[in-house]
Design a protein around this ligand. Structure first.
Ligand code: ZN
Length: 389
């Protein structure tokens, strides 16, 4: 079955039965196909006790395609909420709003800030909110290049320091750290994080390619927002971007909003790193909340139209949503399965979480149902319908 042919389906089956079903009942999703381990599998999906119970079930009237819930590795805030300062109610609202964009699990991301403030934010990270699952925090900083800070406050940037890192990790569940691989003493931090099972992404960096390669060889798995806040690619000096594109064991994170990266550069990235591009939104508080003045960590940010900039005009996060990013990657030439993979199993691979970003028997039924226009029909978390169009 081709990615497009599942759509020649009869009208949708009413899904009301799912919303009222009890958790211990077997429930059919009423879909025509599902993406399972990177393959489009015809047939309906069954859920039991909040978990995937069966695929490929005969269905005369399925509608849409069940795909894994989206995983976003970089979310600074959403729906008017900035995570660095969010309380439990703020997290609850933002995590509920994220479901509307197909994101069912994500990493709240803290940009460089005073250490105590970051530790407080880590301590305040809720385990569950009832909305999108929080997989742990992404620390974007403070061990970044002073030359490639973007909007990160220079006063709080640090050269690599193991004691600082240990204090941060002790404060809360850190899942991913972005650091610059050319800084003095950085390898000790990389080795420490690898031992602790914390994923490492290279970014906000002026590294040469050989410096990036050394950190990748030590266990860094990804690059943070490719092309943004790093030494520009040059054919005699390819830098972190070139190093990440040239090797096949690195996941390339991309903000695919048409603003952070030009379409041609995004096409180059996709052609070089097909199947290992992780879409990220880098969403900030203004995402899902409209134009206005917001905070991104300690930085004042204005959202106008679809862009978010600090008062000096530098890009400061985005208002992109993950479903838009999936559509944009599909428009760039990725197949439907590939575009969905870039929002699901590829980011989950960075975190090495076996149940995130995939539909598998026994795994939690975090599911997005899409139609042929990549519109969201439904979003389920732990088998319960939370968003229905
Ligand atoms: Zn950044």
């Amino acid at each position: 079955m081709s990615p497009a042919s599942y759509l020649t389906a009869p009208p949708r089956v009413a899904s009301r039965s799912i919303a009222v079903a009890r958790q211990n009942e077997l429930v059919r999703l009423g879909v025509e196909a599902a993406i399972v381990d990177g393959e489009l599998v015809p047939g309906d999906v069954e859920v039991a006790d909040g978990r995937i119970a069966a695929f490929a079930l005969a269905t005369p009237k399925g509608r849409g395609m069940a795909v894994p819930g989206f995983v976003d590795l970089q979310v600074n805030g959403f729906g008017g909420v900035d995570f660095l300062d969010a309380d439990a109610e703020g997290y609850r609202r933002a995590c509920e709003a994220l479901l509307e964009t197909g994101v069912t699990s994500f990493l709240p991301t803290f940009i460089t800030a005073p250490e105590q403030r970051t530790r407080d934010a880590l301590r305040g990270l809720p385990r569950e909110t009832g909305g999108a699952h929080i997989l742990g925090a992404h620390l974007e900083g403070p061990f970044l290049s002073p030359m490639r800070l973007g909007v990160h406050p220079e006063a709080h940037r640090r050269d690599p320091d193991l004691d600082t890192l240990e204090r941060l990790l002790a404060a809360g569940p850190v899942r991913l750290v972005t650091l610059a691989p050319e800084l003095p003493g950085v390898y000790a931090l990389v080795e420490f994080l690898v031992r602790r099972g914390v994923a490492i992404s290279l970014g906000h960096s002026d590294a040469r390619a050989d410096q990036a390669d050394a950190a990748f060889d030590l266990g860094a798995r990804a690059v943070t927002h490719l092309f943004n806040a790093m030494r520009p690619f040059h054919h005699r000096d390819p830098g972190l971007a070139g190093a990440a594109l040239a090797r096949d064991d690195v996941v390339v994170q991309l903000i695919l909003d048409g603003v952070h990266v030009a379409p041609t550069a995004a096409a180059i990235a996709w052609r070089a790193a097909r199947g290992r591009v992780a879409l990220v939104t880098d969403a900030m508080a203004g995402a899902g909340a409209g134009d206005g003045r917001y905070r991104l960590g300690g930085v004042a940010v204005d959202v106008r139209g679809s862009t978010s900039r600090d008062t000096a005009g530098a890009l400061a996060g985005s208002t992109l949503t993950m479903i838009e990013a999936v559509r944009n990657l599909h428009d760039l030439g990725a197949s439907l399965v590939e575009a969905v993979g870039a929002a699901t199993d590829v980011p989950a691979r960075v975190l090495r979480l076996p149940d995130a970003g995939r539909l598998a028997i026994g795994a939690p039924a975090d599911v997005v149902v899409l139609d042929d226009s990549l519109e969201l029909l439904r979003v389920l978390v732990d088998g319960r319908t939370r968003v229905a169009s």
